[in-house]
Design a binder for this molecule. Structure first.
Ligand SMILES: *Cc1c(COP(=O)(O)O)cnc(C)c1O
Length: 353
């Protein structure tokens, strides 16, 4: 099937002219810079932040390209992955006309972006074991469907989607398939970035917020065809990633080994916490997890949640989410934090009965 990106873009986006900033027109790093109305004396802070940052973050992209085995021009960097998701909605979906397919239970941000952009959402529930209902998804596609969002490993269920199912959707859906890999670093599954050359309708989202431990920086990545990345660059605010963020991310990229070590510890704790939770007689089920959290089914989940809060232990109550009745989503903490959690659960349970 021939892929025509321009047919998937909102008409005014397909013809939009890019804004060129001062830092676009002259890329050199040396000289007397009198082009961007910056303060020549420095900053109000001790750290000098007086110059506008690189609008396309090439230093980071060149480094990331090697790590992720893609071209620098296939990378978009956003203010959190939320920015990439929102921009994708804005460039593809005409408000009040187009629609997206979402696969609950899943990450809430897709529906928020759809709502902000007045894009209608069609929900196709995951199967009871949290896999893709491929026939139902394919049957729901209409001429107005621009986007299907797949989260793998999925939040809040923690499992990864069966790879062949994802390929079938990529093959048969003429619109764009967003694969959210926020939790890719917590399992051995290969990234869908390896399939970018095969599927021009694929966009893969990753983040620095989880395994890299940089949630406060707000830094997300999108990987796609050069053509689609060009469109995202066209609509982003010119300086969407601050200079401070860029320098911190560049520093982080020098410490991949530290990330691997933290991930190893989180995976060890995931195994240990899972075993300990399974050993608690009042816990119904701990779902298998490929991520840095566990979905735990426990009778009276709401009550456990509230009493954990009284003990200053905060987990996520997912009881009201479909297929997640009586489920808590628990992030893997340090050994000490996980120990405190387990003790609190036992204490709450013995007070209940
Ligand atoms: C945490 C998370 C993200 C990360 O969002 P950022 O805006 O990059 O912090 C993205 N997708 C899913 C499914 C997540 O759980």
């Amino acid at each position: 099937m021939a892929f025509d990106l321009s047919a998937l873009l909102r008409p005014h986006i397909a013809t939009l002219q890019p804004y060129t900033s001062a830092r676009d027109e002259y890329m050199g790093k040396e000289g007397i810079f009198l082009d961007a109305n910056e303060n020549p004396f420095g900053s109000a802070t001790e750290t000098t932040l007086s110059r506008y940052p690189d609008p396309y973050q090439w230093d980071i992209k060149n480094s990331l390209a090697q790590l992720k085995k893609v071209n620098p021009t296939q990378i978009f960097l956003g203010n959190g992955s939320d920015e990439a998701i929102d921009l994708l909605f804005r460039v593809t979906c005409t408000p009040g006309k187009d629609k997206v397919i979402l696969l609950p239970p899943t990450y809430g941000m897709y529906e928020v972006s759809a709502g902000i952009n007045n894009v209608s959402v069609q929900k196709i529930s995951l199967t009871p074991d949290f896999q893709l209902d491929v026939p139902a998804i394919l049957a729901a596609i209409t001429a107005e469907t621009k986007l299907i969002c797949i989260c793998s490993p999925n939040n809040p269920s923690g499992n990864k989607m069966i790879r062949e199912d994802v390929y079938e959707i990529l093959d048969k859906f003429p619109g764009i398939v967003l694969i959210d890999e926020a939790y890719i670093d917590f399992n051995d599954e290969q990234s869908f970035t390896e399939d970018l050359s095969r599927f021009p309708n694929l966009i893969v989202i990753q983040t620095f917020s989880k395994a890299w431990g940089l949630a406060s920086l707000r830094m997300g990545m999108a990987f796609a065809s050069e053509e689609l990345i060009r469109v995202l660059n066209l609509v982003k605010p010119p300086y969407n990633i601050s200079g401070l963020t860029q320098s911190h991310v560049l520093e982080a990229l020098q410490h991949v080994g530290k990330v691997e070590e933290m991930v190893r510890q989180i995976l060890n704790e995931r195994t240990r916490l899972r075993e300990k939770l399974n050993a608690l007689p009042f816990v119904d089920r701990v779902f298998p997890s490929q991520a840095n959290f566990l979905l735990v089914k426990i009778p009276k989940a709401k009550s456990f949640y509230n009493q954990l809060i009284e003990r200053k232990i905060i987990v996520r109550n997912r009881s009201n989410v479909q297929l997640c009745e009586n489920c808590l989503r628990i992030t893997i903490g340090t050994p000490k934090e996980n120990h405190a959690l387990l003790q609190a659960l036992e204490a709450i349970h013995s007070n209940m009965s």
